[in-house]
Design a protein around this ligand. Structure first.
Ligand code: ATP
Ligand code: MG
Length: 387
């Protein structure tokens, strides 16, 4: 059902519009108002998908209605109706955020087309919103154990600052999640978070990946290219697996951090960058330093704040919440109903040795949902979750 409101002081035109739209589709529910004030009142009290609004009206004209709607319900598309004398105003309303305008007397095809487009757009905007919400929900941090609460508190304190953060912890504990939260909760969240997996990039390419290059700097450099630091300008760069970076790349990163200056490979000009650095590693950097594989000066630059994400074995209290969270998530991804886990099943999962941490737990939950019964039992866990 699409709810459409027509605001028009001329009764004859109003009637024509109501008739055309109600007859066009069963899914259009058409409502009317005879002046701007009445129209605005209705918009406040009802959820419309589209408003058609005359420009010249007594009490409150179309432009005023438009401006008021943009303030209170900006998501509603407004189509303006213009008479002979106010074409210029009509064009101007587009600048104020009107979706479109139609002229009087309304041309049937143009009217219906415009209405359809405006409704489609509304739908799209709504879907996008849901999608965005889903994306940010992907980085939700589940858990209420003391250990995870400490991490959450730390994130809330540190995120709004400009401090560099080093996140450490074993595989699959949620380091990437922490990095995303730090960015989302910072003033930089409007700008990009650029991730660089330092372990995945061959050492001879990492410099160009991070800092960019100019044409001709090396054989395959066929044109100028910006690197990740430039891409992250005003945002955050996430140096994941930073412990795997080569010593020569470490030297370059150190300079970028000390001076906020970078140089594209092959260029002689410095570029100023405004980037917050968050890094993560599952290596013991102190040990790497002792063995000469990691620069101590870089370590101190990166680890202004240190966040240690605990192993799942050290916060087993969170396992029930995590299991239910993943069961819900997997069901919604697959479009199926959520499977319940019995109390005993969860108890048994709480006793396992989770060397792969949360990532492993998620995989096990997924396996149990696929292979287990309608309610996951202790026996299902014994059968399918053993390692
Ligand atoms: N507290 C949490 N709540 C919900 N999901 C989580 C939590 N922590 C981690 N996850 C999920 O577990 C998986 C692994 O997390 P993530 O990739 O952040 O780990 P990581 O520490 O970066 O691992 P690696 O060292 O292997 O790179 C992801 O799917 C992530 O969404
Ligand atoms: Mg990771």
């Amino acid at each position: 059902m699409s709810k459409i409101l027509i605001i028009e002081d001329e009764a004859s035109i109003r009637r024509v519009l109501v008739k055309i739209l109600s007859e066009e589709s069963d899914t259009y529910k058409v409502d009317e108002a005879e002046d701007g004030l009445q129209g605005l009142e209705k918009i406040k009290n009802e959820d419309y998908d589209l408003v058609l609004c005359d420009i010249k009206m007594p009490k409150m004209d179309g432009e005023e209605v438009l401006e008021a709607v943009k303030k209170i319900k900006p998501e509603i598309p407004m189509v303006m109706i213009s008479g002979h004398g106010d074409l210029e105003t009509a064009v101007n309303t587009m600048r104020l955020g009107a979706f479109d305008y139609i002229s009087k007397p309304p041309d049937l095809n143009r009217l219906l087309n415009t209405v359809r487009h405006a409704l489609d757009r509304k739908q799209l905007v709504a879907e996008n919103k849901i999608l965005k919400k889903k994306v940010s929900k992907n980085y939700e941090m589940i858990g209420e154990s003391d250990a995870i609460n400490q991490i959450k508190e730390m994130i809330d304190k540190v995120a709004p600052t400009e401090a560099r953060v080093l996140i450490t912890g074993p595989n699959g504990t949620g380091k990437e999640l922490v990095a995303h939260q730090l960015h989302e909760k910072s003033e930089r969240s409007g700008a990009p978070l650029i991730e660089v997996n330092c372990a995945a990039i061959p050492s001879e390419l990492i410099e160009s990946e991070l800092f960019g290059h100019v044409k001709g700097a090396f054989t395959s450099a066929v044109k100028d290219r910006a690197g990740k630091f430039e891409a992250a300008d005003k945002g955050t760069i996430f140096l994941d697996e930073v412990g795997d970076m080569s010593l020569s790349a470490q030297a370059k990163v150190l300079r970028a951090l000390q001076e906020n200056l970078i140089q594209r490979v092959g260029a002689d000009k410095d570029i100023k960058v405004n980037v917050r650095v968050v890094a993560a590693t599952n290596k013991d950097l102190k040990k790497e330093i002792a063995e000469g594989r990691f620069r101590e000066d870089l370590y101190h630059r990166l680890a202004v704040i240190l966040i240690k994400v605990p192993a799942l074995n050290d916060r087993r209290d969170d396992i029930p919440l995590l299991v239910n969270h993943f069961a819900e998530k997997i069901a919604s991804e697959q479009g199926t109903t959520v499977k319940k886990f019995s109390v005993d099943a969860i108890k048994l999962l709480q006793e396992y040795d989770w060397t792969g941490n949360i990532r492993e737990l998620r995989n096990v939950v997924e396996r149990l949902i696929i292979l287990g019964g309608t309610e996951i039992s202790e026996n299902d866990v014994k059968l399918f979750a053993s390692k």
